[in-house]
Design a protein around this ligand. Structure first.
Ligand code: FE2
Length: 297
């Protein structure tokens, strides 16, 4: 464990998303994980209140941002990565499998021909196991697909940021029914994370607290192995997959999936302006939803 590791969480109650600032207090270098760009579905207007809270913290702590890390192409919120980058710099990074996600959604949304599903909208694409530095902190990117094909977890000191793989122990795990998702793969990714030392601090990307408890986002590998309602020790892959399929069949699409995906496969950039100078999002009719694009048997 590094005594210079500082972690601050920023919970967005609109999308139940937790963004993080991870800093090396010695060098004042930092990474921002999963920043949010606010979006008002009714008016189609974006906003920066969530990202501005992160920005204010960075400025107050006098932190220099080296990385803006996405755990995956989120379907429930728009990424604030480009807004933050424009304000404070940093390399916007995601897992290299984002190319497959970009390719899928280039087709779904019939994106402009010039959109390249090669990851080039991002500044860096992580390979599984790749190490990187945040000042004096050593970090490692871990490929943990299943929720989507491109999910990464980031292991930084004694903390792991798990994106949408596991949620808090009393909430369970993420859905595996998005295009390219797979419950078997998700189970194996989760077991990989749960093989980390039991004292590893685990930070989740969302919380959907059951009635009676406040939102929370920090747990440990040991607590997940003991108490996670979907994947505690002793639950087999087969049992998990049966549970996950049954549960996914009951879930509605996230409210913001259509705007989110179109922005997030572009690393948080809005679509290019049309000839009137306005940027538009598309809604593909009768494509998503009715028949889940499930690949698992
Ligand atoms: Fe997600």
């Amino acid at each position: 464990m590094s005594s210079t590791l500082s972690i601050s969480a920023f919970f967005d109650p609109q999308t139940w998303t937790v963004s993080y600032v991870v800093a090396d207090t010695a060098s004042k270098r930092a990474a921002v994980i999963d920043p949010v760009l606010d979006y008002d579905f009714k008016s189609g207007r974006t906003g920066t209140a969530s990202a501005d809270r992160v920005l204010a913290y960075l400025k107050a702590q006098e932190l220099q941002v080296d990385w803006i890390l996405e755990t995956h192409a989120h379907a429930d919120h728009l990424s604030g990565a480009q807004y933050l980058k424009a304000q404070v710099g940093g390399k916007v990074a995601i897992g290299e499998n984002i190319r497959a996600v970009q390719s899928t959604f280039k087709t779904v949304f019939n994106l402009e021909r010039s959109f390249q599903p090669n990851g080039s909208d991002f500044d860096h694409l992580f390979q599984d196991g790749e190490t990187f530095a945040i000042g004096g902190l050593r970090a490692q990117a871990l490929l943990v697909p299943g929720h989507t094909p491109a999910d990464m977890a980031y292991l930084i000191g004694d903390a792991v940021f798990v994106g949408d793989t596991l949620f808090m122990p009393d909430v369970g795990t993420a859905r595996a029914d998005f295009p390219g998702g797979d419950a078997h793969t998700l189970y194996r990714s989760i077991r990989r994370l749960l093989a980390l030392p039991e004292t590893t601090r685990m930070f989740v990307c969302h919380d959907y607290p059951p009635a009676g408890r406040d939102a929370a986002w920090q747990t440990t590998v040991g607590a997940q192995r003991s108490h996670n309602i979907h994947v505690h020790d002793g639950i087999s892959e087969a049992a998990f997959v049966v549970m996950r399929h049954a549960r996914d069949a009951t879930l509605e699409f996230p409210t913001l999936i259509i705007p989110s995906i179109q922005v997030n496969v572009r690393a948080g950039q809005l679509p290019p302006a049309e000839d009137d100078g306005v940027r538009y999002l598309k809604v593909p009719l009768n494509v998503l939803g009715a028949a889940p694009a499930r690949h698992a048997p």
